[in-house]
Design a protein. Structure first.
Length: 108
């Protein structure tokens, strides 16, 4: 896969610093490419939000499906703990990606 004439590894994560750089590169090339990248990010964000990960909408959908199947509400304490674990896991992932971004900028 290439972007703006340079190879991009699909498994190479990027955080906020890389996102700003990619948007700057896209909008520098053309407004159409920049808007296309914005649209793509919006679709990816929506799909990611529907993944069955606790603390995201997909995780909430799992609990709603459980309620439909069993016809009873899940234990609120357990649901809260599951969502809290999901929030903490997402926080750790965000910190790791930010660390990778900073390493890329500082060239460690």
């Amino acid at each position: 896969m290439t972007r703006a004439g340079r190879p991009v590894d699909a498994a190479d994560p990027g955080g906020p610093i890389r996102m700003v750089k990619e948007f700057y590169d896209a909008f520098s090339t053309s407004i159409v490419q920049g808007i296309g990248l914005l649209m793509l990010l919006s679709v990816y964000l929506g799909l990611f939000n529907l993944l069955p990960i606790p603390a995201l909408d997909g995780g909430r959908l799992v609990f709603l499906i459980y309620e439909m199947v069993t016809r009873r509400r899940a234990n609120p304490k357990i649901e809260t703990m599951v969502h809290m674990a999901g929030i903490m896991a997402l926080g750790v992932v965000m910190l790791v990606v930010l660390y990778i971004d900073l390493r890329r900028v500082i060239h460690l």
